[in-house]
Design a protein around this ligand. Structure first.
Ligand SMILES: NC(=O)c1ccc[n+]([C@@H]2O[C@H](COP(=O)([O-])OP(=O)(O)OC[C@H]3O[C@@H](n4cnc5c(N)ncnc54)[C@H](O)[C@@H]3O)[C@@H](O)[C@H]2O)c1
Length: 253
């Protein structure tokens, strides 16, 4: 392979000096994404709905259902660090219930946070990335974006995560010739707040999920880090429009 002698961990995975904005980074997968990016050399602007997620870089309060506030925070992060190279659309919510009686307000809340907000964040981030001629956007989708779910019903989650998979393809194509790569990650069930709660209260559901998963277990939040670093660094320079499953083989079945 031409140039192979120049390949090293440093040239592939370091992102020194890049600015990364991570939504919903106060815990769970967002916190791991922020730590991984900071560890690889990025300035990390973390946003959180209520709690502050300080300690890594600059924290901002952001409810991603507030579209105007998204623009303000993206602008503030880009101004503070002199540009914006990486956006991680991580904030997400789930509301459960049968489709036939699903309430409008819960539908709207999930659509706003899981689908509209990632677009609004990407649109504002692209203002800086297009001007720079480079950028990487990674959205956290889900295995639920590829498959139905007969373990528990949550129709807006299914719909919005599927939308993220195709929005990723669409934005990737639209911005490909102007230096922005757009990808997503589809995690399986991970032990974050949601998973931990299920582990305590619904052991039979956990057992069913584990039995259906080829690797036989939930993911631990740290297992997201490798995929984030791959998609945010030169290691994935030929990859765009892709959703990377980190799923213990769930989608392979
Ligand atoms: N944990 C899993 O099993 C799993 C599986 C597949 C996909 N995901 C996705 O991963 C992402 C992270 O989820 P998690 O598992 O870490 O759950 P989590 O509940 O631990 O974290 C979600 C984060 O989003 C934030 N958030 C929620 N609403 C927000 C709003 N309106 N504005 C700003 N921030 C908001 C929360 O404060 C929290 O920090 C979500 O998009 C979720 O759908 C999680």
């Amino acid at each position: 392979m031409a140039g192979f002698d120049k390949v090293s961990i440093e040239t592939l995975f370091r992102i020194d000096g890049d600015t990364a904005l991570v939504t919903g980074a106060g815990g769970g997968l967002g916190r791991i994404a922020a730590i991984a990016l900071a560890g690889a050399g990025a300035h990390v602007a973390v946003t959180e709905e209520i709690r502050e997620a300080g300690g890594i870089a600059q924290p901002w309060q952001l409810d991603v259902a507030d579209r105007k506030r998204i623009d303000e925070v993206v602008d503030a992060a880009a101004e503070q660090f002199g540009g914006l190279q990486i956006l991680i659309n991580n904030a997400g919510i789930a509301r459960r219930g049968p489709a036939e009686s699903f309430p409008d307000e819960d539908w709207d809340a999930v659509v706003e946070v899981n689908m509209t907000a990632p677009f609004v964040c990407a649109r504002r981030a692209a203002k800086y990335m297009l001007a720079q001629g480079e950028g990487r956007i990674v959205s956290i989708a889900s295995i639920m974006g590829f498959r139905a779910n007969n373990i528990f019903p949550h129709i807006p989650y299914q719909a919005t995560k599927g939308a993220i998979v195709n929005m990723t393809r669409s934005l990737a194509v639209e911005w490909a010739d102007r230096g922005i790569r757009v990808n997503a990650i589809a995690p399986t069930f991970f032990y974050t707040n949601l998973g931990a709660d299920m582990r305590q209260r619904r052991p039979e559901v956990v057992a069913e999920i584990e039995a259906r998963t080829p690797l036989g277990r939930f993911g631990e939040p740290e297992e997201l880090a490798g995929g984030i670093l791959y998609l945010c660094s030169k290691a994935s320079s030929m990859v765009t429009g892709h959703t990377l499953a980190i799923d213990g083989g769930w989608l392979a079945v």
